[in-house]
Write a protein that binds this ligand. Structure first.
Ligand code: SF4
Length: 389
């Protein structure tokens, strides 16, 4: 009985927020090209990018992407390395690969036109409930909610709930509450207004700006003083603690042979799948260890220089790196020089070096910046090379 009452209250609240929220949004909001030109393709590309960074940062990436891949057809046919280059800096490169896969399906199965129905959108690679809701509502005017972290935060504060927003059931329930309340004449406006409120007023860090909020009269957290209580603001929405990230140590070897730099493609599965990287070895080696490793392999390197430590945090893993710049002997041929049978050192090259350099291509820095996409995890070492030019 109590649960039914609560559900009814939530349903009523969802209906009550529609008008003040849409009025507030229509009075003024941030201008974004993909909102003023809400073509399905633009909405899709921008929403995938927005999952990774802020609106301000997305603008540049979006413009560059759309300039080169102006429509679904061009995305479906783009070369994968070029796609990775266009996605460089955004991270989560699988999202870009999935976009290409989805674009290929849309071209083949839907004649190049993005499907309008939520379920059809959801069936495409890389399109989850949130993105399907955004495309369906903003581009096609379908009454489908979009529930992301911003929207969850606003709602949990409105109702003063301490439920764990990382639970799939909490997200699912909010979708169910919002769906019947979606305004049929402007579902896209409603969704964008909720997102905008979460991004600009009911802030993810710091205190919410409740005095500017069109929902302040309806908000449970406002009544308990959230706008001046940082601890309370941090406690809603509640998230159960994540497992600690796995720590990994790496030695990154920026190897140069006659001005060409070694890069190697990672395997097609797992972390940074299919991305290009500087060759690296598990564990942190000292400068002397690195020199010895090459020496034991029969390679008398011209010089080894420390590039210092760097750290990169992925969602579940942290990399703690130590980098070195290694000048390989000029006598080595580029590309295939480390195959044991062809080695100028007569097969004395140790497997770890054979394996590592044997997978590498050697490219000029210009080609590297132009055609390859090196993940931001290696930024400290990429910056060193750029600084050397
Ligand atoms: Fe967020 Fe404050 Fe608005 Fe409540 S009143 S939704 S806490 S900004």
């Amino acid at each position: 009985m109590e649960k039914n009452n609560r559900d009814q209250q939530d349903q009523k609240l969802a209906e009550d927020i529609v008008k003040p929220l849409c009025d507030w949004f229509l009075k003024g909001h941030r201008q974004m090209y993909w909102r003023t030109h809400p073509q399905p393709y633009y909405v899709w590309v921008s929403e995938i990018m927005l999952q990774q960074t802020r609106v301000e940062a997305v603008r540049g990436y979006f413009d560059r992407f759309i300039q080169e891949l102006p429509n679904l057809e061009s995305l479906a046919h783009v070369d994968e390395d070029r796609l990775m280059k266009l996605w460089e800096g955004l991270g989560y490169y699988n999202r870009a690969r999935n976009m290409k896969k989805a674009a290929m399906i849309v071209v083949e199965e839907y004649g190049g036109k993005m499907p309008a129905e939520y379920e059809q959108l959801l069936s495409l690679p890389g399109i989850g409930e949130y993105t399907a809701g955004a495309i369906a509502s903003i581009a096609f005017g379908k009454p489908e909610p979009c529930v992301d972290g911003n929207v969850l935060r606003v709602w949990m504060r409105l109702v003063g709930s301490d439920e764990d927003i990382l639970k799939a059931s909490v997200k699912k329930k909010l979708r169910q509450i919002l769906k019947p309340a979606m305004p049929m004449d402007c579902p896209g406006t409603f969704n964008q207004a909720l997102m905008e409120l979460g991004a600009c007023v009911c802030l993810p860090s710091g205190l919410p700006k409740c005095k500017e909020c069109p929902l302040q009269e309806l908000c449970a957290a406002k009544k308990t003083g959230i706008e001046t209580d940082l601890e309370l603001a941090r406690s809603i929405p509640y998230r159960a603690k994540n497992k600690p990230r796995k720590q990994e140590e790496l030695t990154v070897l920026v190897c140069s042979c006659r001005g060409r730099i070694a890069v190697n493609r990672r395997s097609d599965t797992g972390l940074l799948a299919g991305m290009w990287e500087f060759p690296n070895i598990s564990g942190k080696l000292s400068l002397e260890d690195v020199r010895m490793l090459f020496l034991e392999a029969g390679l008398i390197v011209q010089s080894v220089k420390s590039l210092g430590g760097a750290k990169h945090i992925f969602s579940h893993i942290e990399w703690h790196m130590e980098g070195y710049f290694v000048e390989l002997p000029d006598s080595l041929e580029s590309g295939n020089f480390v195959k044991e049978e062809d080695s100028p050192y007569g097969g004395q090259v140790r497997p770890i070096i054979t394996e590592m350099l044997g997978r590498c291509r050697f490219e000029t820095p210009d080609d590297l910046w132009e055609s390859y996409s090196l993940p931001s995890a290696f930024q400290a070492y990429t910056m060193y090379l750029k600084g050397k030019e």
